[in-house]
Design a protein around this ligand. Structure first.
Ligand SMILES: Cc1cc2nc3c(=O)[nH]c(=O)nc-3n(C[C@H](O)[C@H](O)[C@H](O)COP(=O)(O)OP(=O)(O)OC[C@H]3O[C@@H](n4cnc5c(N)ncnc54)[C@H](O)[C@@H]3O)c2cc1C
Length: 204
């Protein structure tokens, strides 16, 4: 009997095509798994996404481990604890870079933000002794952030107080701009915008 004569034949063929496609799809995943990629579901059942993942595609994509190479997932390694020194260097890099980018004429909000940032550091810095010490430094040396020069000099001084307490060399603060330059971003995309004139400052 021809296809025309047997309508069921066309349905069987379509079903066969779909099932072939599904087999290829899953065999590609199996191949990726063999090539050291995580399995598509990372060991979870296919249809067990939590309701928050379903409701929020952003969360779902952040947690998705599909196709991420091993080094991103840190697979096979246990997380090495960060040292106090590493944390310190990373934090000072962040702070001095922020100071280098700080506007010459900051807005009132920017001055407030930078003071709050230092206060928060003195409460939440994940080294209790360092945080307590920094709190004392802030008490004795209130943040000065009226301009880029003022803030970067204040920060250099604060860093030197820490340096001295640890028996380290004091950094020459007149050289702070040479050590910590502004970030290079296309079309000055990293610049913090301040006020253009002092008169406009009250408006912000
Ligand atoms: C807020 C804060 C408080 C801390 N308190 C403590 C503490 O109480 N006890 C403790 O053990 N550790 C503390 N640390 C860590 C400590 O300051 C160092 O980061 C750590 O010991 C590593 O030192 P380092 O010699 O590699 O250089 P870091 O001091 O980390 O400095 C990094 C780089 O900054 C440059 N630099 C150095 N001094 C200055 C300066 N004054 N101005 C501008 N640039 C400078 C140098 O090029 C240096 O290589 C603190 C860190 C922070 C961020």
């Amino acid at each position: 009997m021809s296809e025309k004569e047997n309508p069921l034949q066309a349905i069987f063929q379509t079903f066969e095509k779909i099932s072939h496609g599904v087999r290829i799809y899953f065999s590609q995943f199996a191949c990726l798994t063999n090539n050291n990629y995580p399995s598509p579901t990372n060991g979870r059942p296919l249809f067990s996404l939590s309701s928050s993942f379903k409701a929020n595609p952003l969360i779902a994509s952040e947690h998705s481990t599909l196709f991420q190479p091993k080094e991103i997932l840190n697979e096979g390694k246990s997380a090495t604890p960060i040292t106090k020194e590493e944390l310190g260097r990373a934090t000072w890099t962040f702070l001095h870079t922020l100071a280098a980018q700080y506007p010459d004429n900051p807005t009132r909000q920017q001055r407030k933000d930078v003071k709050e940032l230092m206060e928060i550091l003195s409460r939440m810095y994940p080294c209790k002794d360092c945080a307590d010490h920094f709190k004392e430094i802030l008490r004795a040396n209130p943040v000065q952030a009226g301009s880029q020069a003022e803030f970067s000099q204040w920060l250099c001084h604060a860093h030197n107080v820490v340096n001295r307490s640890l028996g380290k060399l004091v950094f020459p603060c007149e050289r702070v701009d040479a050590r910590w330059g502004k970030m290079e971003c296309e079309q000055r995309a990293c610049d913090l915008q301040g006020t253009t004139t002092f008169f406009g400052d009250n408006m912000r």
